[in-house]
Design a protein around this ligand. Structure first.
Ligand code: ADP
Ligand code: MG
Length: 362
């Protein structure tokens, strides 16, 4: 129940071939110790985070250094954990979470390139096996596209699911599919199939730009054991006694681990979007703005907070619990080092810095 700060880390992707070819300058420099410096004409600013990963950082380094492994362990322990990637379109959010695997390529990605999600699945299944803990695992996968919540795991054409609120559950999605899994292969296939259903389009900044926010949630339930022998020295039995015959139950724990791949913010002018693409972009930008407003309010000290506008978008309703409730949250801000992305980069850095002041009570 203690207040815990959101953990915010930053990942700076390498310059792409196109950026290098056209001679873009690198304006973001990691200074070590969790700080980055942005230097360009009229802009000189330093920002600090829990960790900074620069262009040379491997997927493994990001997994270990971001605190993702601890988040998996906390979810097994019964906490609601969320990791979300945000940043401009083309800044490396999907790459960080899933690796290059789900971007339409038919070849599976090399193991070294697997993202935080696959690494977390492996860690989860490993823990589940090694400590003999009896975990029941299931997954659901949703996207929010043009302010509609759609199930990415149910077969057939996507249909909108209602988002409801109840006193006991908070905001929840009705009728979403929840699929049990026991192996790495099954969950990797669910991720792959769901991601292929996800809405993406090509535009000037990213050939496979995600046009929706995607939320993959792993539900972790530790099976309740109906009878057990209380450990020695516990309670009424006294030292040396074994409490045979006393029927007790282990409390069953229920944790969640949610991965949120946000659609990127974009300036319609830069992506060259028009028609349907610009409607999508406006919906994306509006929900990201709503998220920004919630974060601004949440970043104030508890006594000074006004009403938190979760209801302004489907995205903020679904993230309400992770942001302001009893969840534990890791944010991964993604940026490009290119001079051409300077204004979006600065806006992501400000957004991320503000998020560092948000607290929750796990
Ligand atoms: P976003 O999801 O933020 O729109 P993507 O993850 O799709 O962006 O990344 C855009 C492009 O940059 C992709 O081609 C991706 O493979 C590449 N990329 C992103 N981050 C890295 C990285 N750390 N190392 C190598 N390539 C990257
Ligand atoms: Mg993406």
């Amino acid at each position: 129940g203690r207040e815990t700060r959101l953990r915010v880390v930053l990942r700076v992707r390498p310059l792409t071939c196109t950026e290098t070819r056209r001679g873009d300058q690198r304006v973001v420099h990691s200074l070590g110790d969790g700080t980055v410096h942005v230097s360009a004409a009229r802009h000189n600013a330093t920002f600090g985070f829990s960790a900074v990963f620069d262009a040379g950082a491997s997927q493994e380094t990001v997994f270990e250094g971001s605190g993702m492994r601890q988040l998996v362990e906390l979810a097994i322990d019964g906490f609601s954990c969320t990791v979300f990637a945000f940043g401009q379109t083309g800044s490396g959010k999907t790459y960080t979470l899933m690796g290059p695997l789900t971007q339409g390529e038919t070849q599976p990605a090399a193991p070294g390139l697997l993202g935080l999600m696959q690494r977390s699945f492996a860690c989860l299944l490993e823990q589940s096996r090694s400590c003999g803990s009896d975990l029941v695992l299931s997954a659901s996968y949703l996207e929010i596209y043009n302010e509609q919540v759609r199930d990415l795991l149910s077969p057939g054409p996507p249909c909108a699911l209602p988002l409801r609120w109840s006193k006991t559950r908070g905001f929840y999605v009705e009728n979403q599919l929840n699929v049990d899994f026991e192996s790495l292969e099954t969950i990797a296939n669910l991720l792959q199939q769901g991601s292929q259903r996800r809405r993406t389009s090509a535009h000037a900044l990213n050939r496979h730009s995600s046009r929706s926010h995607a939320l993959l949630t792993i539900h972790i339930r530790s099976r309740a054991v109906s009878t057990y022998l209380a450990p020695l020295g516990e309670g009424a039995c006294g030292a040396g006694a074994i409490c045979g015959g006393e029927n007790s139950t282990y409390p069953s724990k229920q944790g969640t681990l949610c991965f949120v791949d946000l659609a990127g913010s974009e300036r319609v002018k830069e992506t060259g979007s028009s028609g349907e693409l610009s409607v999508e972009a406006n919906n994306i930008n509006r929900s990201l703005l709503a998220l920004g407003h919630c974060i601004s309010v949440l970043a104030k000290p508890r006594g000074k907070r006004t009403h938190i506008p979760y209801r302004d978008s489907k995205l903020t309703r679904l993230l309400a619990h992770s942001l302001g409730g009893s969840g534990i949250t890791l944010m991964i801000a993604c940026i490009s080092p290119s001079s051409r992305c300077l204004s979006e980069t600065l806006s992501t850095l400000h957004y991320a810095s503000r998020a560092r002041r948000v607290t929750s009570r796990p």
